[in-house]
Design a protein around this ligand. Structure first.
Ligand SMILES: O=C(O)c1cc(=O)[nH]c(=O)n1[C@@H]1O[C@H](COP(=O)(O)O)[C@@H](O)[C@H]1O
Length: 249
């Protein structure tokens, strides 16, 4: 039994706000680390690499261990295909699923509609501007707005289409909470403790900064999964955000 209750968009002070990105290539590595982590302390994200290698069976195994699972496949397709993929994710029983906001309003409305009538639908979240992108990367694909302007623009589209929230960087969290309201869920990757390497991420913040800025869920991969002791790394980040949580609640 998971700890969150699906369909709850805002974490209470007792619910885990860390979502560990299980970016592994095989089930053994993923399950070895999952057994070291605790559903009381974190949720898990299954993304493209792990899902392509291991499929829905592994998602089910992680849920059997008690974890809430964010299925991060960033659907971006024609409305009919996206809606059916979102429905399939819901039938798998995941806690959260995402689509690219740039798939457009009709695509997002179809995804929303695909979840109608379900007793505990997953949170439906829109990806805005990937946290690996900066202003130069956006300009490279023809977008002249700043990352923050583009994130705000896409988040407004997502909200109007009935999505529960967006994936963004924590750098945009404060402005987004003001623009979209506190109930609009903010899921923020690009989280780096002070000592961690930035890697391919560009718009980053520390865990405590992200919570203070208004992030609801922190998606954290390599700083935990590549650590010698993932559970210890997770606990250290929790200690870092504890004070920030008290401050914002
Ligand atoms: O949707 C996501 O989860 C996502 C969106 C985004 O804009 N940036 C981003 O990094 N992610 C995911 O978040 C995780 C971040 O991992 P680390 O960079 O290792 O902490 C990866 O699994 C990414 O696929």
């Amino acid at each position: 039994m998971s700890v969150s209750g699906r369909g709850t968009s805002q974490p209470s002070s007792l619910q885990p706000r860390i979502v560990v990105a299980m970016d592994y290539h095989n089930a053994d590595d993923c399950l070895r680390v999952a057994h070291q982590l605790s559903p009381q302390l974190c949720r898990l994200k299954v993304g493209k690499e792990l899902f392509t290698a291991c499929g829905p069976q592994l998602v089910e195994q992680l849920m059997t261990l008690g974890f809430d699972v964010f299925l991060d496949l960033k659907f971006h397709d024609i409305p009919n295909t996206t809606a059916k993929a979102v429905r399939a994710a819901a039938e798998l029983g995941v806690w959260m699923v995402n689509v690219h906001v740039s798939g457009g309003r009709r695509m997002m409305l179809a995804a929303r509609e695909a979840l109608e009538g379900l007793q505990s639908p997953p949170l439906l979240i829109g990806v805005t501007v990937l946290t690996s992108m900066d202003a130069d990367d956006l300009a490279g694909v023809g977008v002249q707005r700043s990352p923050e302007q583009q994130v705000l623009y896409l988040a407004d589209l997502a909200k109007q289409a009935g999505l529960d929230g967006v994936v963004c960087s924590a750098r945009e969290a404060h402005a987004l909470k003001q623009a979209c309201g506190k109930d609009f869920t903010l899921v923020t990757p690009g989280i780096r403790p002070v000592s961690a390497e930035q890697g391919d991420q560009r718009r980053i913040m520390t865990p405590a900064e992200a919570i203070t800025a208004g992030s609801d869920y922190l998606v954290i991969g390599r700083p935990i999964t590549q650590a010698a002791d993932p559970m210890l790394a997770c606990r250290e980040i929790l200690a870092d955000i504890d004070g920030a949580c008290d401050h914002v609640q």
